[in-house]
Design a protein around this ligand. Structure first.
Ligand SMILES: O=C[C@H](O)[C@H](O)[C@H](O)COP(=O)(O)O
Length: 232
């Protein structure tokens, strides 16, 4: 691993460990987010031997929980959660968040909404003044397949630049855990009125969910290069 990659990994680990240490205890019902930082949350839960019930937010998250030997549940059995810990692609000072770099934003938002609180864990590159400062891939938007062309046209009329997310080791588009497509709506920062933009995108017929998480997280941990964490 290059030095920069190592620093990034240790910052993810720092954030994941700190959130578990500060927020989790035996008996809690916990939403487990998705992405590379969440791996460290699961590692820490396992390391501490915490007796928690885990509800996943993706296929990847389910695998992490199962592989770690933690108790797996779902929203049918455990519809109310004490807390969800999840990653982020970017967080601005108003706690507007972009998620969905891994295409998991739909289940992540459903699980976060079922939780009393959402705690975000992220590396130092995600801590920004304006959304789009470091994250250049746009706002991930999950759409039903038959609607993707008109949804893209509508997004264009909203001054966004939509791109259908393509698979890497498969021909054609990425298919989400829910059988849908993902459009990445690129934008020129800074965005204005992000809460309204989130509503406007969500209102387009065919859109299932957006990766804009507004007013959902109250606490964010950013891992730093030296292995410490900052929070807000
Ligand atoms: O779809 C993916 C999720 O929203 C992730 O939580 C987000 O992309 C951050 O992932 P990572 O921890 O790998 O940066």
């Amino acid at each position: 691993m290059s030095n920069e990659k190592e620093l990034l990994e240790s910052s993810k680990k720092a954030a994941g460990y700190k959130a578990v240490d500060d927020y989790l205890s035996d008996g809690l019902r916990v939403g487990i987010g998705s992405g590379s930082t969440i791996k460290y949350v699961v590692d820490r839960i396992k390391e501490k031997g915490l007796n928690v019930v885990c509800v996943p937010t993706s296929f990847q998250s389910t695998q992490l929980i199962v592989d770690a030997g933690l108790t797996l549940s779902d929203l049918s059995r455990t519809p109310s959660l004490d807390i969800t810990i999840d990653g982020a692609d970017e967080v601005d000072p108003d706690f507007n968040i972009i998620k969905g770099g891994g295409g998991c934003q739909l289940q992540e938002k459903v699980v976060a909404y079922a939780s009393k609180q959402l705690v975000i864990v992220a590396d130092y590159t995600k801590d920004v003044k304006h959304l789009g400062e470091n994250w250049k891939k746009g706002i991930p938007i999950e759409v039903i397949p038959m609607a993707y062309v008109p949804v893209m046209k509508k997004l264009e009329s909203m001054s966004l630049t939509p791109v259908l997310r393509m698979a890497v080791n498969k021909a054609g588009p990425v298919v989400s855990d829910n059988g849908n497509f993902i459009i990445d709506a690129k934008f020129q920062p800074p965005l204005s009125n992000i809460p309204q933009l989130a509503i406007d995108i969500k209102m387009i017929p065919g859109v299932v969910e957006t990766g804009l998480f507004i007013n959902m997280a109250k606490k964010v941990y950013f891992g730093q290069k030296d292995g410490s964490t900052t929070s807000r």
